[in-house]
Design a protein around this ligand. Structure first.
Ligand code: DAH
Length: 335
C-alpha cells in the first residue's frame, strides 16, 4: 500500500472509530502519539522519491492538523457529556434549605417594649429571680400577714427567701444602689404557685417601670403609658385608667386599652367590654421611698408593671399561655 493510500485509510479508520464507542485518551495516543499512526507515516517518507516527498509531506501535515482538530473537538464534547451523565451535579442549583432558629415570640415582644421605653429615656436594669422577703414584699410596703400577700401565691426556697413573685423587687434593688433621679425598666421572669391553665402558668415574665425625680405627676405617668400603648398596638388605640390597689403605689390604677380585636365595639376576647386590661401602675408610695432611704418630701415617682405573656397573647391572638413554654416548633414557626 502506498503512503498516499495509507493516508486515506487512516482517515477512514479514524472516522469509523469516532462514530462508535471509544476511549478518548487511547484514541489520541493511537493516532497522534509519538509512536502513533501519523508518526509512523512520517517515518515512511524516507522511502519516497524526491518528487513524491513534498506532496506526501503536505498531505501528512494536513492529516495531522485534521486529526488534531477533530480530537480537540472531541475533547470539548466529551467533557460536556461527562458532566451531564456520569457526574450530574449542578453546582448552580440552590442548596437544600437548612432550618434556622428564630426569635421566640416572648423575646420579640420584650425587645419591642424595651425599644419603646428606651426611646423615652428609660434604661434597662435587672433584679434577682431568687430574692429575700425584704425585696419582694417588705420594702414594697407588703408587711408579713398583709392580705396583699395572698394575691401572689409564693414559692418559698426557705424561710424569708422566695422566687420573686413580681419584678417590683427590681425597684428596691435599684433605688438602694442609686440616688435619684432613677428612670428604669426591669424585665425578667417571675414565679407564682398557681394552678396551670390556659390563663396562668407557674412562671411568666414581667416588665417593671420606675421613674423617680422631682415633681413627677400622675399626668406624666398617663402620658408615657398612653404613648407606649399607641407605639405597641397602633395610633388608633385608646387608653383608660381605672382606680385600683397596689401596696407600693398610691394612688394606684390599672390601664386598659381599647380592644385591639374589635376596636372597642365588643367581642368575645374583651368579653364585650370593648377594653382590655394590660398593666398596673401608680405613684410610688412614700412608704417605699422610706424603705430605700429616699426623702418622700423631696422625691416623687411613678411605677408600672406589665405581663409580657399577656401583651404577646393579645398581640398575636394566642389563646393558651402554655404554648409559650412548650417549644413546639409548629407554634414557634408562626412568628
Ligand atoms: N407587681 C404588680 C403585679 O405583679 C404589678 C405592678 C402594679 C407593678 C403596679 C407596679 C405597679 O410597679 O405600680 O401584679
Amino acid at each position: 500500500m502506498s503512503l498516499f493510500q495509507s493516508i486515506e485509510q487512516i482517515k477512514e479508520q479514524f472516522s469509523k472509530e469516532i462514530s462508535g464507542e471509544f476511549d478518548f485518551e487511547q484514541l489520541k495516543v493511537k493516532y497522534l502519539g509519538r509512536k502513533g499512526l501519523v508518526a509512523g507515516l512520517f517515518q515512511q517518507m524516507g522511502g519516497l522519491t524526491s518528487d513524491e516527498r513534498p506532496k506526501a509531506g503536505k498531505l501528512l501535515n494536513e492529516l495531522k492538523l485534521e486529526l488534531t482538530s477533530e480530537i480537540e473537538k472531541l475533547a470539548v464534547d466529551s467533557s460536556v457529556t461527562d458532566e451531564s451523565t456520569a457526574d450530574s451535579f449542578d453546582y448552580t442549583m440552590p442548596g437544600d434549605p437548612q432550618p434556622v432558629g428564630a426569635i421566640h415570640p416572648l423575646t420579640q415582644v420584650l425587645e419591642e417594649i424595651k425599644s419603646i421605653f428606651n426611646r423615652l429615656g428609660f434604661s434597662v436594669a435587672y433584679g434577682p429571680e431568687v430574692d429575700t422577703d425584704f425585696y419582694n414584699f417588705e420594702a414594697l410596703n407588703i408587711p408579713k400577714h398583709h392580705p396583699a400577700r395572698d394575691m401572689q401565691d409564693t414559692f418559698y426556697v426557705k424561710k424569708d427567701v422566695v422566687l420573686r413573685t413580681h419584678t417590683s423587687n427590681s425597684q428596691i434593688h435599684n433605688m438602694l444602689k442609686h440616688d435619684p433621679p432613677v428612670k428604669i425598666i426591669a424585665p425578667g421572669r417571675v414565679y407564682r404557685n398557681e394552678d396551670i391553665s390556659v390563663r396562668s402558668y407557674c412562671l411568666f415574665h414581667q416588665i417593671e417601670g420606675l421613674y423617680v425625680d422631682k415633681n413627677v405627676t400622675m399626668g406624666d405617668l398617663k402620658g408615657v403609658l398612653d404613648y407606649f400603648a399607641k407605639e405597641l398596638y397602633g395610633k388608633d388605640v385608646k387608653t383608660r385608667f381605672r382606680p385600683s390597689y397596689f401596696p407600693f403605689t398610691e394612688p394606684s390604677a390599672e390601664m386598659d386599652v381599647s380592644c385591639i380585636f374589635c376596636k372597642g365595639k365588643g367581642c368575645n376576647i374583651c368579653k364585650y367590654a370593648g377594653w382590655l386590661e394590660i398593666l398596673g401602675c401608680g405613684m410610688v408610695d412614700p412608704e417605699v421611698f422610706k424603705s430605700v432611704g429616699y426623702d418622700p418630701e423631696k422625691w416623687t415617682g411613678y411605677a408600672f408593671g406589665l405581663g409580657i405573656e399577656r401583651i404577646a397573647m393579645l398581640k398575636y391572638g394566642v389563646e393558651d399561655i402554655r404554648l409559650f413554654y412548650e417549644g413546639d416548633i409548629r407554634f414557634l414557626r408562626q412568628f
